[in-house]
Design a protein around this ligand. Structure first.
Ligand code: ADP
Ligand code: MG
Length: 296
């Protein structure tokens, strides 16, 4: 019998892999404006998995992580039979997840820009007056949110987050998240990519806070190309912009069902995801496809 996922998210399927492990399988499902498109973007799940693995390695000095392997031979036997695992699956340690999302913002954009424009604050904390959309913040800020089971996560203050997970834990989560962001953003900047903001998920493994979930991927972060970044605008998203532009040009009302995507739009979106992988890692995507499931 084919194993069934213990959890099926918008993009990933998660399987129980014994008492201490989970198997994450990233699909090619694609969302835009919060709606999942009918057509998959071939290889997108492989790009997301490859990027996360890259970052688990690069960031190992800043925090331990849940990552174990992408080598299929090391997966529990009953899970090795699942179809299409190559390059998109990873075995991780099971963690006791924090009930908050650890967002770090380096630039004033998205929901933070909206709050600032309305109230002059970001997650309740005042910012300097006169800041413009997409401006770099004086320094990166830890800005937690709730982890909603359904619907949208809500931005909260660090004090509110402390009341959910405890003051000592939130202090440590903030330190780890800022260290991870700083190192990741510096490495991305060397390759011409701005990590405007990102969401980390931390959890306890063997009594220690560890980096879990996916890391610094286009689905968990805002990537901007330094070449097209401009303060006072909404910079194009490195990965999703061609798709968003096409959807906007169609005059779609952003309610399901989404319009069917023509082949050239699917291909352009796939190219963008692969370009993001190659820009950020400095490695060819073909190499990832070759090594992912065999050697680690
Ligand atoms: N190592 C881990 N142990 C336990 N849960 C994890 C671990 N890493 C991530 N998670 C959780 O697994 C879930 C992944 O769900 P996800 O694929 O993001 O779907 P969605 O968020 O759309 O429900 C999240 O709740 C995340 O916090
Ligand atoms: Mg999630």
């Amino acid at each position: 019998m084919t194993p069934q996922p213990a959890h099926s998210g918008k993009v990933r399927d998660i399987y129980d892999a014994g008492d201490d492990h989970l198997l994450f399988v990233a699909s090619d499902r694609m969302s835009a404006f919060d709606v999942v498109m009918a057509e998959p973007i071939p290889d997108k799940g492989r790009v997301l998995t490859g990027l996360s693995v890259h970052w688990f390695r690069e960031l190992a000095g800043a925090a331990p992580s849940h990552f174990v392997t992408t080598e299929i031979a090391r997966f529990p036997e009953e899970l090795r039979e699942l179809p299409d695992l190559e390059g998109r699956s990873m075995l991780v340690r099971k963690a006791a997840m924090l009930e908050v999302e650890c967002i770090v913002r380096g630039y004033l954009t998205g929901s933070a820009w909206k709050e600032y424009r309305e109230r002059g604050t970001m997650h309740g904390v005042p910012l300097p007056a006169g800041m413009r959309e997409s401006e770099r913040l004086p320094e990166p800020v830890f800005t937690p949110s709730t982890k909603a089971a359904q619907g949208h996560d809500e931005n909260i203050t660090v004090d509110e987050a402390a009341s959910i997970v405890g003051p000592d834990v939130i202090k440590r989560a903030a330190e780890i998240s800022l260290a991870l962001y700083q190192r990741g953003a510096a490495l991305a900047a060397e390759r011409g990519i701005i990590m405007a903001d990102t969401k980390f998920e931390l959890g306890f493994i063997d009594g220690e806070l560890a980096l879990c979930d996916e890391v610094l991927t286009p689905d968990s972060s805002r990537f901007w190309d330094i070449a097209t970044y401009e303060v006072g605008t909404t910079p194009p998203s490195f990965d999703k912009q061609p798709l968003r532009d096409w959807l906007e040009a169609r005059g779609w009302d952003k309610q399901p069902p989404p319009p069917p995507l023509p082949d050239d739009v699917v291909a352009a979106t796939r190219d963008r995801y692969i370009a993001a992988y190659e820009r950020i890692t400095g490695e060819s995507f073909d190499r990832w496809l070759r090594v992912a499931s065999s050697t680690q």
